[in-house]
Design a protein around this ligand. Structure first.
Ligand SMILES: Nc1ncnc2c1ncn2[C@@H]1O[C@H](COP(=O)(O)OP(=O)(O)OP(=O)(O)O)[C@@H](O)[C@H]1O
Length: 241
């Protein structure tokens, strides 16, 4: 289980995340929904340990910043940053080697490269790949050590229909034994993929529930707009068009 307690993230004077808590159990997909700037990526980055935070984050009972806990998740950031001058082939070999992974990881890379149709990109410098192909390289990198948890920041952005479908299948398999935290501002993605939704606004968790619970407000989009207080201003904007 991923446990986040009293999480606060500050960048100088900006408080990006304020006292947020939630859990992600094995077997479930939890989606963080929120408008631009709500703090979704900051939550992901805190779990991964790439921003400073206050509060407590545990993965299967271990402090998230320990080496053992870090091996329990794969992270696909919203802004993909890879080692640009390497080819995907070199990048994957590098990861397998620095993480001291064995033959099984190399086989997993082969499998994911095939299913995400990356074969023809394997010997090109990463910098020369399209945005979608870079994303697929990042997805394979997050999966190659077969972690039980995936942290996916806007996972389907930039993926073509085929790869998006493949990733959804990969996610479904992952929840047979692990858990997934994903962030999105696309309602349909949360609606289709999530068991539970957390709504974030201006760094605060303002609602949490299953899709069924949130749908007492109407569609998930209506729930989201009402809960985040944007429903009336949207009506005004639409009527002024
Ligand atoms: N490195 C940084 N330095 C200063 N402020 C930052 C930094 N990163 C994020 N912020 C601020 O923190 C807040 C939350 O940003 P964050 O990227 O977590 O939101 P988000 O919900 O992921 O947004 P989006 O949907 O647009 O990706 C925003 O006000 C943002 O401007």
């Amino acid at each position: 289980m991923i446990e986040v307690n009293n999480l606060t993230v500050r960048y100088g004077k900006t408080t990006a995340v304020s006292n947020v808590g939630f859990t992600v159990e094995r077997g479930e997909v939890v989606a963080i929904l929120g408008p631009n700037g709500a703090g979704k990526s900051s939550i992901m980055k805190s779990i991964v340990g790439i921003v400073d935070f206050e509060g407590e984050i545990k993965i299967d009972g271990m402090n998230a910043n320990t080496k053992v806990a870090k091996n329990l998740f794969g992270y696909v950031p919203e802004e993909i940053r890879l080692i640009d001058h390497l080819t995907p082939e070199e990048f994957f070999s590098f990861l397998v080697s620095v993480r001291k992974l064995g033959e099984e990881a190399a086989k997993r890379v082969e499998k994911y490269v095939r299913i995400f149709r990356l074969e023809e990109q394997m010997d090109k410098p990463i910098i020369s790949l399209s945005m979608g192909n870079k994303k697929k390289v990042a997805v394979v990198a997050a999966l190659l050590h077969d972690p039980p948890y995936l942290l996916l920041d806007e996972p389907l952005n930039g993926l073509d229909a085929f790869s998006a479908r493949v990733l959804k299948e990969v996610m479904a398999r992952k929840t047979e034994s692990g858990g997934i935290l994903l962030s999105t501002h696309i309602m349909e993605i949360a609606e289709r993929l999530a068991d539970r939704v957390i709504i974030l606004n201006r760094g605060l968790k303002i609602a949490e529930g299953t899709l069924e619970e949130l749908k007492s407000y109407g569609t998930l989009e209506e729930a989201f707009l009402k809960i985040t207080g944007q429903h009336e201003s949207l009506e005004e904007v639409i009527s002024a068009l």
